[in-house]
Ligand binder design. Structure first.
Ligand code: NAP
Length: 284
């Protein structure tokens, strides 16, 4: 039986084992997916053990995505640019590292009839998830991406990624600040897709200072597709606002399933039945 794992901490409440084991079973694949709680100080030791045992592959979540990128023999272009790995394929004694978070959302947008290639995108955030999305959207050929950064250090981080992408992609990438007067309204007016990839919206305004980075519904237009990568709560203040503005919109469940489906494809060569997995594994 092939063994697959999720490494990170905390991992006990992850829905990935249910998603993967259901898909292995449905497709008659003799494999099992389990979790291993591990932080950065033990990742090297755990990976050595998995290599020795002949584990077929593993997913990697916070806080060990960067550490994992340093332990792989080969990295995908997206992993190399982002310095981050969330999927490892162990084949013929070598570790191949990939990042599927960005693929998860670009696949979800394509399924929603909003393909990223050729589209103009406003991206809120510069953290781990936002960086993966920026990289994949540029590699996939978005026409332009305007990234909004919270702090100057975060803007510099996004600029370093943009620099690495420029030789590989024709996508125009601009890094802006929320504080620049008119910048957010102007970007949204010209965009086809808004991706909210910060942690704002997960907790209440009292806990975070704000619960929505878009000041009011007048910033949105009905032709804008609004994707909030947060899925808990299922209806964030941004999703509520998007509905009021008449926008088509979606929360982050499809990205979560999409990144798992991309890992499943890397390991098995098979597609995951994402609609069925969503119905069976995820709360409605
Ligand atoms: P992260 O690396 O910690 O990044 C958090 C981002 O939020 C940073 O860009 C940060 O900007 C920004 N931010 C925090 N407070 C802010 C504020 N007051 N104003 C503006 N921006 C602010 O986290 P992550 O891993 O990218 O995850 C972000 C969210 O996405 C989490 O809620 C996570 O649960 C969710 N997520 C969903 C999926 C999915 O599959 N749907 C996948 C991954 C993550 P600064 O650093 O500049 O403050």
């Amino acid at each position: 039986m092939d063994q697959y794992y999720l490494l990170g901490s905390p991992v006990a409440h992850s829905l990935s084992p249910a998603m993967m084991n259901y898909s292995f079973e449905q497709q008659g694949i003799d494999a099992r997916y389990s979790v291993i709680d591990v932080k950065e100080d033990r990742i090297g030791e755990v990976v050595r053990k998995l290599r020795a045992e002949g584990a077929s592959g593993w997913n990697v979540t916070m806080p060990v995505k960067h550490a994992m990128s340093l332990l792989c023999d080969e990295l995908s272009t997206a992993s190399e640019i982002g310095g981050s790995v969330n999927t490892v394929l162990h084949r013929d004694g070598k570790l191949y590292g990939y990042t599927t978070d960005g693929i998860g959302i670009t696949d979800a947008l394509a399924r929603a009839g909003e393909p990223v290639p050729g589209s103009s995108v406003t991206l809120l955030g510069t953290g781990g998830a936002a960086s993966a999305i920026l990289i994949q959207a540029a590699l996939d050929g978005a026409s332009d991406i305007t990234v909004f950064a919270n702090r100057p250090a975060s803007a510099a981080h996004a600029e370093r990624i943009a620099e690495k992408l420029r030789p590989l992609s024709d996508t125009k990438i601009r890094i802006r600040s929320y504080k620049e007067p008119g910048a957010l309204r102007e970007s949204l007016a010209q965009s086809r897709i808004l991706i909210q990839a910060t942690s704002i919206g997960m907790r209440t305004a009292e806990q975070n200072g704000t619960d929505c980075l878009i000041p009011d519904a007048s910033y949105l237009h009905a032709g804008l597709y609004v994707y909030d990568i947060i899925y808990h709560p299922a209806e964030t203040p941004l999703i509520k606002m998007a509905k009021e503005a008449g926008c088509r919109c979606e929360n982050g469940y499809s990205m979560l399933i999409g990144q798992g489906a991309a890992s499943f494809r890397i390991w098995t060569g098979c597609g995951m039945n994402v609609e069925e997995v969503r119905r069976r594994v995820f709360p409605s």
